[in-house]
Design a protein around this ligand. Structure first.
Ligand code: PXP
Length: 247
């Protein structure tokens, strides 16, 4: 069965809005594990906009499943990764001004830097994946730089899926590109993962692609969690106020 890594960056986004410790990233991770997540994914961004260094260290200690750390190919965050030793690292491109990871990494034109970073991570016993667009040349570059796995960027497919109507089925073209890149990855003995923008409507098609090992999904799960929990949260507060009010 395809594994599910839950990305909990947005729990930290909410916590950082107040910086008062809640909602707890560790508690969220434990709930995800209890619900059947096969692993927890966090992105330690250069600007530390959501996940903080201490989150990564705490998760390393308490997780019973796997910790997957998303990171840019920089010396600073590499230092954290080598110290924390997550089960796996996914190297991603990072731009300060972006709202989320917009595209895949250009492995083809960064082979030297990536080979060096990957060999340090692998020496520390960390499995290395690279986040790329569904492009055959990028897949082969990943195998040349020594990656164990690739994560195919499904963001474009997800957006096209959302925009599609009966006259436009552009997402099918992107799905085909993802399937072709997947085939190439398997041919090159790379572990095949996918993620970004996957949700309750669009994940089914990606599940059908042969050889998928794991999906990393965050935003749609955290968004659904709000509405699955909002009614109870209001109800509980309403009751508490009622019980403590002077009638
Ligand atoms: N995989 C990678 C490499 C990512 O950068 C992200 C976003 O942080 C995800 C998966 C999860 O994407 P989403 O939050 O849209 O599910």
């Amino acid at each position: 069965m395809i594994k599910l890594g839950v990305n909990i960056d947005h729990i930290a986004t909410l916590r950082q809005a107040r910086r008062e410790g809640v909602p707890s990233v560790v508690e969220a991770a434990l709930v995800c594990e209890k619900a059947g997540a096969d692993g927890i994914t966090v992105h330690l961004r250069e600007d530390r906009r959501h996940i903080q260094d201490y989150d990564v260290y705490s998760l390393r200690e308490i997780l019973k499943t796997k910790l997957n750390l998303e990171m840019a190919a920089t010396e600073e965050v590499l230092g954290v990764a080598l110290d924390v030793k997550p089960d796996s690292v996914c190297i991603v491109p990072e731009k300060r001004e972006e709202l989320t990871t917009e595209g895949g990494l250009d492995v083809k034109n960064n082979k030297e830097n990536l080979s060096s970073i990957i060999s340090k991570l692998k020496k520390a016993g960390i499995m290395v994946s690279i986040f790329i667009d569904a492009d055959l040349e990028q897949v082969s570059a990943c195998s040349e730089v020594g990656a164990d796995a690739i994560e195919l960027h499904t963001g474009k497919y997800s957006l096209l899926f959302k925009e599609s109507d009966s006259s436009s089925k552009e997402w099918k073209g992107e799905l085909k590109r993802i399937a072709e890149a997947s085939k190439e990855a398997l041919k090159r003995k790379l572990i095949l993962n996918a993620g970004h923008g996957l949700d309750y409507e669009n994940v089914g098609q990606i599940c059908k692609i042969h050889g998928m090992n794991e999906f990393n999904i965050g935003f749609s799960i955290i968004s659904k969690a709000i509405f699955d929990g909002l009614q109870k949260a209001v109800f509980d507060m309403r009751n508490l106020i009622e019980q403590n009010s002077n009638l």
